[in-house]
Design a protein around this ligand. Structure first.
Ligand code: BGC
Length: 751
């Protein structure tokens, strides 16, 4: 690691606040200490410091450190040291690891800096230091596995590589539900159901934490669209929020016990999230019993005293001048009690001790790209969803004489998501190599070639690629091939939403042309979220592979040729078109051209009442009697399953049923249980309550016993500010998807 960089940038320092200057100076001293011969320095003897006693509780250790800190040191810990590598020309804080943010540590007390990195689907900005980072499937894709173990593996990959790169914190953990299916960031979240999304994201972040890396949940809260994200004021009553978006946070926070929660850019019921007393103090810290610290989204802080009193603990990236000198002054003048500043610092320190970043700091190692790729491929194989398979066109036979591959750079790679979740591709963009890392909103392909992997599966087949820009040429190739695979894409990124569910560009016309030329057409989707499919009746197969990560093409080939039996199920509803959605136009984009929508700051401040309330996704479709293109929970397999014998244990609130593999291949079925609450709940929809992946050999049956998720059975009662279990009869339904629940029974809840 170069020690020159900080000095090179000194001319920029004049523009920084004095507190940041002090922090940087402290770090420069620390940095210089590191290079002085050992005999010439008086390094602190960490072993003599009482808080280094590992047998003490994190809170106790944090209090001991807190007692030693000066006011300036405390202030230093509650804000970051600037934009660093994220903003061109910004100085890079000395001692930082070139991540998205850096909190300068207190070396005299043995407290390291906090080096955090964006790492939603893999570690961002790797190219900056010529590092390698594994690109995992999109988290929305991974949520299609409905597999908490797979989610933990996902988090372990991220945590492992963060440590190997020298970071001690992730700022991934997005759990905003798919309220707006065109949201540019859906790919870095986990779908529309709060319990599924919360479970998957919570387990992912638990996986990160298992690697002694601090973990995070974001963007708290109601940051469900990118359009106007800095100015939109989301208006929703507490009941609706608690039963939808906030439930996803409650579940994920309960599982992950995160080090930090990142508050979002938008306003909720009149206050910015990062200075929202209800969200931060009352709910997160009191009701959810969150012990970590609240970190602002980058430049999401809007005040000093209000934010501090209403629950924000750390301002990032820290150049806003809210939590540096102004906070010190506010504390000195008594506007912010010292106890509140101490609480902020305590929360940070206790999380550092709890994660082990002080006892077991990261050790730089070369990231193992092979292990990462294998893990990514495993997750992708569980994530891919088979949506259509007419006449058993899939799996393909290895003896297929000729296969046409059309579109979406399927010769060289697979698509990735953009924005702060962008991972740099090894060797650069596979579709358009050039020196350097990826640029904001650039469409990046990773070198996992569908063409090569499909050819490897069927060595005797003629596998030919057409890029799809010439529709007639693509149709001609399709006509002369046994099977045509059309790859279509929906590039998505932070900062803007898709203007519509339609595939961008001429891709729908391309699919129609290929399907007209070859009856054996299969569409492979690389999408950030749900898309419409006007051509669905004209194609035989549809495979949703999301953004599949660095092992994506291998996983796809395994699925296409049947080496892996698809098991993924949709974590989001696919609407037929935009008109079916609660908001046919993305709120804020009415009358705005799609080009202007690419920049959220073009949108003027507006209030947004999400009229669907808690009825997000499948709940909306059911309540409004609409039939989607593909329902939540849907996904096909190369085998078939039968469900039987549902019974309910009223006392235990468990359900029991049997799943049998009625086909001739081994497979894994995601069995789902839904509940409909008694009439008094006044709900016109069912809720996902439990699920399990069931692996079955041909002909095999397994008995499944599942506990209904307690929060799927309760309504939120605003008057008592508590979850309420209504007495009465609950319908219990089990089956392969939200729209196919052949088993029915009743749960009786007695008063
Ligand atoms: C995003 C966050 C991200 C941060 C730092 C913000 O624009 O909303 O998700 O972690 O930038 O890159």
């Amino acid at each position: 690691m170069s020690m020159q960089t900080p000095y090179k940038g000194l001319s920029f320092l004049s523009s920084l606040s004095s507190s940041i200057m002090a922090s940087i100076a402290a770090s420069l001293i620390a940095a210089s200490l590191c290079c002085t011969p050992a005999h010439a320095q008086t390094a602190p003897d960490l072993t003599k410091m009482p808080w280094m006693n590992k047998s003490l509780a994190p809170d106790e250790r944090a209090n001991m450190v807190l007692g030693q800190l000066t006011l300036d040191e405390k202030i230093q810990m509650v804000h970051g040291a600037g934009w660093g590598v994220l903003r061109e020309g910004a100085p890079i804080p000395a001692g930082s690891n070139f991540g998205a943010g850096y909190m300068v540590g207190i070396p005299r007390l043995g407290i390291p800096g906090i080096d955090l990195a964006d790492s939603a689907v893999g570690i961002r900005m790797a190219a900056y230091q010529s590092r390698y980072a594994t690109l995992l499937p999109s988290t929305l894709g991974a949520a299609s596995s409905w597999d908490p173990e797979s989610a933990q593996l996902y988090g372990q990959v991220i945590g492992r590589e963060l440590r190997q790169q020298g970071f001690n914190m992730t700022i991934g953990g997005g759990v905003n539900i798919t309220r707006e299916p065109r949201n540019g960031r859906n790919f870095e979240y986990a779908g529309e159901d709060p319990i599924l999304a919360g479970t998957m994201t919570g387990n992912l972040e638990k996986g990160v934490f298992s690697q002694h890396v601090m973990n995070d949940i974001k963007h708290y809260a109601m940051n469900d669209q990118e359009t106007g994200r800095n100015v939109v004021n989301v208006l929703l009553d507490k009941k609706a929020m608690r039963e939808s978006d906030l439930l996803a946070f409650e579940v994920s926070i309960g599982i992950a016990d995160p080090s930090a929660v990142m508050c979002s850019y938008n306003l909720v019921n009149g206050d910015h999230s990062c200075e929202n007393d209800y969200l931060l103090n009352q709910l997160l810290k009191k009701d959810f019993k969150f012990k970590g610290w609240v970190v602002s989204d980058w430049s999401g802080t809007h005040s000093t005293v209000k934010a501090a009193l209403n629950g924000l603990d750390q301002d990032m990236p820290g150049d806003d001048n809210f939590f540096s000198e102004p906070l010190k002054k506010a504390v000195q003048e008594g506007q912010v009690p010292t106890a509140r500043l101490d609480d902020m610092v305590h929360r940070i320190l206790r999380s550092m001790f709890a994660a082990g970043v002080i006892d077991q700091p990261p050790v730089r190692t070369v990231v193992d790209p092979f292990r990462g790729r294998d893990d990514a491929q495993h997750i992708a194989e569980e994530s891919i969803v088979l949506l259509k398979n007419t006449g058993g066109i899939l799996p393909l036979k290895t003896s297929t004489p000729s296969i046409a591959l059309i579109g979406s750079h399927a010769d060289v790679g697979v698509l990735s998501g953009g924005g702060s979740a962008q991972v740099d591709s090894p060797g650069g963009n596979a579709a358009n190599p050039r020196p350097g890392g990826s640029h904001w909103n650039e469409v990046i392909y990773f070198p996992s070639s569908p063409l090569k992997n499909i050819q490897a599966k069927s060595p005797t087949a003629t596998v030919t690629y057409a890029d799809g820009t010439d529709t007639a040429a693509a149709a001609k190739l399709a006509k002369s091939s046994t099977v045509a695979l059309v790859f279509v894409n929906q590039p998505m990124s932070e900062g803007h939403d898709a203007a519509s569910l339609a595939l961008p560009g001429d891709q729908n016309a391309l699919v129609e042309a290929v399907a007209a030329a070859n009856p054996n057409t299969i569409v492979v989707l690389e999408s950030g979220g749900p898309v419409s499919m006007p051509w669905i009746q004209h194609v035989k197969g549809v495979v949703e592979m999301w953004y599949p990560g660095i092992g994506g093409a291998q996983a796809l080939a395994n699925i296409l040729f049947g080496d892996v039996n698809p098991s993924g199920k949709l974590p989001v509803t696919f609407a037929k078109d935009d008109a079916q959605l609660p908001h046919p136009v993305v709120p804020g984009l009415e009358g705005v051209s799609p080009a202007a929508s690419a920049h959220d700051h073009h949108v003027k401040a507006f209030d947004l009442t999400y009229t669907e309330g808690a009825k997000v996704g499948y709940k909306w479709f059911e309540a409004t009697n609409k039939e989607p293109l593909f329902p939540f929970g849907f996904g096909l397999s190369y085998t078939t399953y039968a469900y039987s014998g549902l019974t309910v244990d009223d006392a235990q609130r468990t359900v029991h049923f049997t799943v049998r593999n009625t086909g001739s291949r081994e497979g894994t079925e995601i069995a789902q249980v839904y509940v409909a609450l008694p009439g008094a709940a006044n709900e016109s929809y069912q809720r996902l309550s439990a699920w399990q992946r069931v692996k079955l050999a041909p002909g095999e049956s397994k008995d499944v016993t599942l506990t209904l998720h307690p929060l799927s059975l309760t309504i939120f009662d605003t008057a008592s500010n508590a979850w309420q279990l209504l007495p009465g009869d609950y319908k219990v339904m089990a089956g392969p998807s939200s729209s196919d629940t052949p088993l029915k029974a009743t749960l009786h809840v007695h008063p």
